[in-house]
Design a protein around this ligand. Sequence first.
Ligand code: BTN
Length: 180
Amino acid sequence: MKIREIVQTALITAVIIILGLIPPLPLGIIPVPIVMQNLGIMLAALILGPKKGTLAILMFLGLALLGLPVLSGGQAGPAVFIGPTGGYLLGWLLTPWVMGYGLNLSFVNRRFQRLTIIWLFGVLFVDVLGALWLWAITPISLIGALATNLAFISGDTLKAIAAYLVADRLRIWDREPTSM
Ligand code: BTN
């Protein structure tokens, strides 16, 4: 990796961590708050692409695993990864790959198609994975977990649009497909 790419990756990791300083908003009905860090995850996936995006998220999650309070609300440590929000964290790690795959599909070349891919993999994929995990490790029913996650969809959709607008401004679509 070139120095420029290392700096870019570290900067996006820093952006994700800074977004974690915005206090999480508890939903009350499930032990999963509204956070802003998933905006950073979508930005990492879009701006850095699959490889560097995954690296940035790995660094961020690695710091959290080591106990640095980088998750929203200052959370950290291995317990978070096997707790109620573990599924979302897994989804975050996979987001750059699945989103990169979707955006690289040859027919995805229009604004609405790109936005749809970002939404499918940056929002729906993560929220469904999070809900399935929540169902698996808490007494919450599958329907309950899926239904309560609907509360995230509108806010997460706005984050997806914001990430799209940033990516569009940076003209990331003009890059080589392999580097996406
Ligand atoms: C954590 O800090 O432990 C992870 C929190 C995950 C919150 C998820 S991300 C998708 C959905 N949208 C939100 O705003 N909150 C949940």
